[in-house]
Design a protein around this ligand. Sequence first.
Ligand code: AGP
Length: 607
Amino acid sequence: MCGIVGYTGAKPAMPILMAGLGQLEYRGYDSAGLALQRRKDIDIIRACGRLSELRDALPKRSAANAGIGHTRWATHGEPSVNNAHPHSDAAGELALVHNGIIENASELKAHLAGLGVSFHTDTDSEVLAALIHHEYQADQDLLAATRRALTRTVGTWGIAVMHKDHKGEIVTARNGSPVIIGVGEHEMFLASDAQALVPYTRQVIYLEDGELARITARSYEVQDLHATRTERLPATIDIEATLASTGEHAHFTLKEIYEQPDALRRLMSGRLDERFATAHFGGLNLTPKELLGFKRIKLLGCGSALISASIGAATIERLARIPADAESAAEFRYRNPIIETDTLYFAVSQSGETFDSLAAVQEIQRKGGTVLGVVNVVGSSIARQCGAGMYLHAGPEVAVVSTKTFASTLAAFTLFALYLARMRDLAPAEGSRVIEALQGLPDLVQSLVEKHETYKGIAEKYADFDRAYFVGRGEGYGLAQEGALKLKEISYIHAEAYPASELKHGPLALIDPQTPTFAVVPDDDLLSKNRSTLAEIRTRKGPVIAICHEGTLSDEADDIIEVPRSHPATDPIALLIPLQFIAYYAALARGCDVDKPRNLAKSVTVE
Ligand code: AGP
């Protein structure tokens, strides 16, 4: 989703801004642009499509030592050069980049148009540029003008603004869309994602919602929307700078699937306690007594994070015997939820920036609830807003589809379930069996990853079909949802997930030889029920591909992918791997852009 970068210092700004936008490329975008501050002017260069198009449009050299840049993911107005950021006022005096949505853009536009201001784009961001320019006329103070404009604005923003008469100065502000200032030696950076800053500095200031800042090469000044100054010292961030590289793999998606054994090792490192058959967490900020006081657990997230939350809830309920369920963060925040102080809430988010999940966290906190984050990106908005929880430590996930972070989230909830279960009534011997299964997981996943040729053959066999069903029961249904989401996201095959038990209540009507069903069939109490489901599908001549435990099925499916048994708390992670590969290889066979699927962004920072 949209990305912002900024630089002011003594070095040429253009290469720094382009490198920063390169770091944000993975988030997804459809156009990009730079504003470069020359002596008494601002040059704005924009292009539709990938960064290479922008690079072609840029001058060979630029003497600018300050500038701002943007990658846009269209919300208001189609993707086009005209709608790309930076935007300017009608006189071309200032440049603005904006992430977020201005909800009262039409009212503001009508008001400004009444004052004679003209507009040239379909975007809400241009309205904000015009409003700041209008306010600037009063006192020629860019920070004050931006602040006054924002007090009249309703919506979300992460912005950076420059004016031709304020050389080396950038004004930035945040409300619901992240902005991070990077403090260097006689130079300052800014970005919407810390990934773009770490090649230059580890000293950062995270702006909070409702804050603005003025930065120059040697200074920064932070204030709120009432012009009250806030003293802020830089914090040191601890994330790796990863210049986007797929290494030996053809795609980030494949690389990240292969990274799962290591990601799982990192997640578990230092968190398993064999002596007491439990787990350790450094960041929950809750005593065992406080944890025992909770009567229910509710997990929130969006997309794959929501699916991992639903499997996590089932694992917590199964092991710790405490009611647990998962809900879409977006649905939750809009239904005026009843927040109970004896419910422990979790917000699950790879990026830690998903707008709806962040808003759900704020809703819980506003009503006095306790919410923990399960987040991959260190220092992200949800991690900071929660202030406690578990980091996944899966390493940067660049592909739009989540793979390794999904597996790591499942493992994180298994660890948490074990921790809580051992506080409640899980016997040490059963706790030890869970630990053993967790310890064996990285090697088990590695052995499954090595069977990729098998999954490839099956994916290619079904890649030409237009639609598919995914079915399962219990955690198997969650895996079916994830398998279907992965397949539709990157191969564009229409894939629907159903609880296997629901098939005969309607969906069976669509089963025919052209509709394959991928069935997740673990060796559990429901095996015989699942066998009946497969028989019902095959009676209607629907092809069945079963992802099952070794030796459970023989001639009940057209294709069988066998996975070794682990433990009910860890089985979902093993059964997941073939589903990831099926989506990847089907997408590849269909010639799709696996890492950057159409219409999707890695980090969904708008509602
Ligand atoms: C997963 O493959 C998707 N790209 C998407 O559903 C994602 O999981 C969702 O947008 C939530 O993202 P988050 O984990 O960063 O909050």
